[in-house]
Write a protein that binds this ligand. Structure first.
Ligand code: CTP
Length: 394
């Protein structure tokens, strides 16, 4: 069981730490809490003792068992130290080497790579160059930060400084524990639904949400890859990747061709419009009584073109089929010069979970239905097994 030390400092956002603690416990982590004295002014330690079923530490001199140097053992025994909310003060203390209470002493004894700070404070404090310099210094040393959000702050001002939303914090924690299977590798992903415009407001598109591609981008990022995600018309957000938002096939094609030569592993997860209107009307098309015929022509097949350019890249496509799933997927694998194709039936479209087959010219491996983020982790791990850990790639 992974042990997480949750450090809580004096901020009104300390009440959100209860939700963080509760969610981490439900995910199976062994959560231990250290609060600063000022954090206890906002929330009672009892809240966290009840949620985590572990003793909460505040003061290192009120130790019952002095045979153990508690701040050292807490640092070495935990797999991750998450400070949420992290005040201006605790970031400043860690950056300048001040250890004058339990939490700052634990942080002083911990390796940088084990620590994540989720800052929360007033907007002016957040933008204070002293804090920004401290964050830069700590980041260079290997500490990680979860950027705060914009929102209505406790002081009644609108600005950046709100503790990041709890699901994003949990996602970062989960990502921290994934093996760095793709460390040093460059991954390129296309995702979302392209649009081909008929006039300034009407277009041809499809119902793909982009969730599968975004989930793959998150999984590859968490496995340590340097990820570029070319995302078409999706409301989804992602951090820690090079995100290129596009609308049309032409834009997606250009971005893909620009990045493909330096890529190790590519997933084409986008639902691309196979056709585009022959003519585009600069002004909005007015309705007429006679109806409207829109003439369509073939669009560029991005994946087919990348298959022609392929050198050492591992090239992976998707096949969305309503019948003959595996034979049709194998047909696309061969036609587009792919190393592997992920076959799914149309029921996976615009849904939160999915079930897929990983198809090569020799085999088809079935992966069970799961939420797409979990499925993405399984897909990446299985592909690395099937392709001998990217040995064919650069
Ligand atoms: N693809 C692409 N560019 C296109 C069409 C598809 O890059 N113009 C990619 C998709 O991202 C996917 C794979 O090709 O990885 C297969 O897409 P799919 O829509 O299943 O098949 P198509 O090749 O379009 O063939 P069909 O629509 O006839 O099934």
């Amino acid at each position: 069981m992974k042990k997480i030390l949750l450090g809580i400092t004096g901020s009104i956002a300390a009440y959100k730490s209860a939700d963080i603690a509760s969610k981490l416990v439900k995910l199976g982590y062994d959560v231990h809490v250290i609060m600063t004295e000022s954090a206890t002014e906002f929330v009672a330690p009892l809240t966290f003792e009840t949620l985590t079923r572990n003793r909460v530490y505040v003061d290192m001199f009120r130790e019952e068992d002095h045979r153990q140097v508690r701040h050292i053992s807490q640092s070495t025994e935990s797999d991750l130290i998450l400070v949420a909310p992290a005040s201006y003060n605790i970031i400043g203390k860690t950056a300048t080497g001040v250890a004058d209470d339990f939490l700052s002493s634990v942080l002083a004894a911990a390796p940088a790579g084990k620590v994540i700070f989720a800052p929360a404070m007033n907007v002016n404090m957040y933008h204070n160059p002293i804090l920004q310099e401290n964050i830069n210094k700590l980041t260079k040393l290997g500490y990680r930060f979860i950027e705060p959000e914009e929102g209505m702050l406790a002081c009644g001002v609108l600005g950046k400084g709100c503790l990041r939303n709890v699901p994003s914090i949990i996602e970062t924690v989960e990502g921290f524990f994934h093996d760095k299977l793709l460390q040093g590798k460059k991954v390129l992903i296309t995702a979302g639904a392209t649009r081909e415009y008929i006039d300034p407001i009407r277009f041809i598109s499809n119902s793909s949400s982009g969730l599968m591609g975004v989930s793959l981008a998150k999984a590859c990022r968490d496995f340590g890859a340097d990820v570029t995600l070319i995302l078409a018309n999706s409301h989804l957000n992602i951090e820690g990747v090079n995100l290129i938002r596009v609308q049309t096939v032409a834009e997606m094609y250009q971005a893909a061709v620009d990045h493909f030569p330096t890529t190790d592993l590519m997933f084409a997860a986008a639902a691309v419009s196979d056709f585009k209107p022959v003519t585009y009307s600069e002004s909005k098309i007015k309705k007429s009584d006679t109806g409207l015929v829109v003439e369509l022509e073939r669009n560029t097949d991005i994946l087919l073109e990348l298959g022609k350019m392929k050198q050492n890249q591992l090239l992976i496509g998707f096949a969305a089929e309503s019948e003959n799933l595996i034979p049709n997927a194998v047909g696309k694998l061969n036609k587009k010069n792919l190393d592997l194709i992920i076959a799914n039936d149309l029921s996976n479209f615009a849904t939160d979970d999915g079930k897929v087959w990983l198809v090569t010219s020799e085999t088809a491996v079935e992966l069970e239905r799961k939420p797409k983020l979990q499925l993405a982790y399984d897909i990446v791990k299985m592909i690395l097994n099937m392709t001998n850990n990217l040995s064919g790639a650069k």
